[in-house]
Design a binder for this molecule. Structure first.
Ligand code: NAD
Ligand code: UFG
Length: 356
């Protein structure tokens, strides 16, 4: 298949590009590089031995999306592009609604125009809110508790309306739990800007010595050891979930919703121990106040994806931590050496050349 990957330079997008290319799919990547580096795509090319077209396109610029569709035949779209920082979304809600919701509406308009009707969308476990019954099934009540989550929920609803009006569309909504880990090569991984918000990148930076200690947000939850419990999933397993979604479901008209998680919950303290084991480094920590908006426990019921997609997560937390650590050691400052922003590209709409 010829697949357009929006946000393909990002953390999950770059890993998925590798899996798509290795399965023999053709890909076209668009990204505005607001939260990613071209270097990630250069490395995707190096790992796979393949080149592919990349465009510095912002989904808010509909005409630019149209030009990409006009230049390439596209069978399906995997749509990762979006802003994802929960705290930032509370400070700048309009930026989030405009970028995530308007960007997706623009994309769907252009897909409609070019008769492309297969879409895989990056949703999130955050749509379940903070109070659901565990494990979370896809039919659990949804309830967003911050603007970022509301963008995901709104997009899910918009896509359901698109399908209702156009029943030949097939749309897959993948609700990710907590993606961590990195490609086994250590060449591709998560490269957060500034201070990491998420546990694993923060812990990795403490282990490598870039940060002094981890703050554990809350030690008094009603969990096995008082710290928050999450369903961590290896990013490569997540990436293969997209392949299965494309191969199995995206041909069947409808709106298909799947959890991508392992079904296992690990506490923060368990993750600290697992990371210490994988890295051989100790991770100093203090237990501080709860982070507002955090759930005590969140883990998936992943059976629907297994039954319908034939997909299940294969990699355990030890592997997730080992791969995160390998990436961190090989790239102590992320993709820094090639920091470049879209506004510095002289011809943002021309295909960016890939040098291996
Ligand atoms: P990421 O920030 O690494 O990747 C997103 C990519 O989209 C970036 O490369 C960014 O530059 C690009 N982008 C953002 N807005 C754009 C726009 N208007 N036009 C073009 N490109 C744009 O994030 P990620 O972790 O890879 O997440 C990918 C998707 O999965 C996001 O939609 C995110 O909300 C969702 N998700 C992520 C997590 C997680 O914990 N990482 C969990 C659940 C859902
Ligand atoms: N935590 C700490 N210290 C930190 C960071 C996190 O103790 O420095 C704790 C949190 O309190 C939570 C756990 O580690 O108990 C995981 O927190 P993350 O920030 O890594 O992940 P979240 O579960 O809060 O959220 C992530 C993404 C969301 C996404 C959600 C569900 O950030 O975008 O998973 O997919 F919606």
């Amino acid at each position: 298949m010829a697949i357009l990957v929006t946000g393909g330079a990002g953390y999950i997008g770059s890993h998925t590009c590798i899996e798509l290319l290795q399965k023999g799919h053709d890909i076209v990547v668009i990204d505005n590089f607001s939260n990613s580096k071209q270097e990630a795509l250069r490395r995707v090319s190096r790992i796979t031995g393949k080149t592919f077209p990349i465009y510095a396109v912002d989904l808010l610029q509909k005409r630019d999306i149209q030009k990409v569709f006009a230049a390439h035949p596209i069978d399906a779209v995997v749509h990762f592009a979006g802003l994802k920082a929960v705290g930032e979304s509370a400070l700048f809600p309009l930026r989030y609604f405009q970028n995530n919701v308007t960007g997706t509406v623009n994309l769907c308009h252009v897909m409609m125009e070019f008769n492309v009707k297969r879409l895989v969308f990056s949703s999130s476990a955050t749509v379940y809110g903070a109070t659901g019954q565990m494990p979370l099934r896809e039919d659990a009540a949804v309830h967003a508790i911050n603007p970022y989550g509301r963008t995901k929920l709104m997009i899910e609803e918009i896509l359901a309306d698109v399908y209702a009006a156009n029943p030949d569309w097939s749309i897959v909504l993948l609700r990710y739990f907590n993606p961590i880990g990195a490609h086994e090569s250590g060449e591709i991984g998560e490269d957060p800007n500034g201070v990491p918000n998420n546990l694993l990148p923060y812990m990795a930076q403490v282990a490598i010595g870039n940060r002094q200690q981890l703050s554990i947000y809350g030690g008094d939850y009603e969990t096995k050891d008082g710290t928050g419990v999450r369903d961590y999933i290896h990013v490569v397993d997540l990436a293969t979930g997209h392949l299965k979604a494309l191969e199995r479901t995206v041909h069947i008209p409808g709106v298909h919703t799947y959890n991508l998680g392992t079904g296992n919950g690990y506490s923060v303290l368990e993750m600290v121990a697992a990371f210490e084991g994988a890295s051989g480094r100790s991770i100093p920590y203090i237990i501080t106040n709860r982070r507002p908006g955090d759930a005590a426990v969140c883990y998936a019921d992943p059976r629907k994806a297994k039954q319908e997609l034939g997909w299940q997560a294969m990699r355990g937390v030890e592997r997730m931590c080992m791969d995160t650590w390998r990436w961190q050691v090989k790239n102590p400052h992320g993709y820094e050496r090639s920091r470049i922003s879209a506004k510095h590209l002289s011809h943002p709409l021309s295909e960016l050349s890939l040098q291996k």
